[in-house]
Design a binder for this molecule. Structure first.
Ligand code: SF4
Length: 433
């Protein structure tokens, strides 16, 4: 019995108990949300991993993606990045290698971290088709299902599968005219090419029940990939993107009814004022399936600082209900991220998730405690309460103040210290909050 089946039968599993305790929610509420498809816990019967809850009522989670490219193939570096992402506080990891021995890299990454690990099986299927037939469009349909099975058997806990790019989606794209940002999904673009070249329907859509059956068997979460996500602000929420989202939302319902944990992906580049609509549309059309957002990047001109552009969008998306944020690194649109890029990307996304959760979950206690510690110049407490205590300590120590209580920003002009002195007497009678 997999997790969703257990939930539908009213059985609270160890994974549910652990997630409920970590999130401070009732296990019975979590059970109901899993049973109704509003929450998922990525798992795999072949690989124990940390239990991470994603969905309604739970803290917004952060995913870090690593993986080789065809230009830079350094499996050891990818393992180091995976470990760095876990240390920096990522909740999940995606192994997205497209260069080198993919089976071997996946196994190395899976054994290096305890996080749930996700994948995009289309990359491997098309890579193997290119190697064998020298043409991605000659990929045999069976290879897709073989790769799904292989990656699940290795221990993948959530899988981005591009089922929603079908003939109808392509037709919609053709009717509206091409886009400012074209297609930015690697898997999506290969799948579109395959369908047009073979004049066939996407096998992952046509044989959706086979996709579900494989993932369901391993307890792996089906993440409905967003192949037509916008790669440009001016393509945000265009008809092709919404068409695919609509199909993915329909499939999310079918997948959950068939007993497979399911979530939807989106949306790529979106201006700030489109984000609320996008999240609400996904939630409404999918009956509250967890929403895994890539970005959203809120401007096209921030390269070098796209982790910040994406964090702004992610905070807004989380505020309106997005459940899992895929980080963006400073190398986005420019190069394969290095380890430092990975760490910066995770940290930026963690800030975004927290900012969103302050509104989505109404959790502001930690911020209030931090304000008090800051006002009272209690530095150790500040380091404890901050999201990045060690980083904060490092910066402060690198420019030590003359007065131990203050910092070198204002020194003897320290407003906190000065005001405290003025109010010291009156505060004796009227205690501070
Ligand atoms: S010196 Fe300035 S920045 Fe530093 S603690 Fe005091 S008021 Fe804050």
């Amino acid at each position: 019995m997999n997790l969703l089946e257990a939930a539908k039968n009213g059985i609270i599993t160890d994974a549910m108990k652990e997630v409920a305790a970590a999130e401070g929610v009732e296990a019975s509420v979590l059970l109901e949300n899993i049973a109704e498809g509003r929450c998922v816990i990525p798992l795999n019967k072949n690989r124990p991993s940390k239990f991470v809850g994603i969905g309604k009522g739970l803290r917004t989670k952060v995913n870090a993606s690593i993986g080789t490219s065809s230009d830079i193939i350094d499996p050891a570096a990818e393992v180091s990045k995976a470990i760095a992402a876990q240390r920096a506080g990522a909740d999940t990891l995606m192994e997205l290698s497209v260069g080198g021995d993919l089976d071997s890299i996946r196994k190395d990454v899976l054994s290096a971290v305890s996080l749930p690990v996700g994948s995009v099986p289309l990359y491997q299927a098309f890579k193997e088709a290119i190697e064998k037939y020298h043409d991605p469009n000659k990929m045999p349909e069976e290879l897709l299902f073989d790769v799904l099975e292989r990656q699940c058997a290795d221990g993948i806990s959530f899988m981005a599968v591009h089922c929603g790019i079908n003939r109808l989606t392509i037709e919609r794209l053709q009717r509206q005219g091409y886009r400012y940002g074209g297609l930015v999904s690697r898997g999506g673009s290969y799948m579109v090419g395959w369908m047009l070249s073979n004049n066939k329907e996407n096998p992952l859509y046509e044989k959706f029940d086979r996709v579900v059956e494989i993932l369901r068997k391993y307890d792996c979460v089906l993440s409905l990939g967003n192949g037509l996500r916008a790669g440009a602000i001016h393509d945000s929420l265009d008809r092709a993107q919404v068409q695919e989202l609509l199909i993915n939302c329909e499939l999310a319902d079918i997948g959950r009814k068939m007993g497979c944990q399911t979530m939807c992906e989106g949306p790529g580049h979106l201006p700030l004022d489109d984000i609320e609509a996008n999240v609400k549309l996904q939630k409404r059309m999918s009956n509250d399936a967890p929403f895994y957002v890539l970005g959203p990047l809120t401007t096209d001109i921030g390269a070098g600082y796209d982790h910040i552009s994406a964090a702004i969008g992610a905070a807004e998306a989380a505020r309106y209900g997005a459940d899992l944020i895929c980080y963006v690194t400073p190398a986005e649109h420019l190069a394969l991220p290095n380890e430092q890029d990975v760490v910066e990307g995770v940290r930026a996304a963690r800030v975004a998730a927290h900012v969103g959760d302050m509104v989505k979950l109404g959790r502001k206690d930690r911020d209030r405690d931090m304000s008090k510690a800051r006002r009272d110049l209690k530095w150790e407490e500040q380091f404890k309460l901050g999201l990045f205590g060690e980083k904060a300590r490092e910066i402060r120590d690198s420019r030590a103040p003359m007065e131990a209580d203050t910092c070198t920003m204002c020194g003897s002009f320290c407003a906190m210290d000065n005001v405290e002195a003025y109010f010291r007497e009156s505060l004796k009678e009227s205690p501070k909050k």
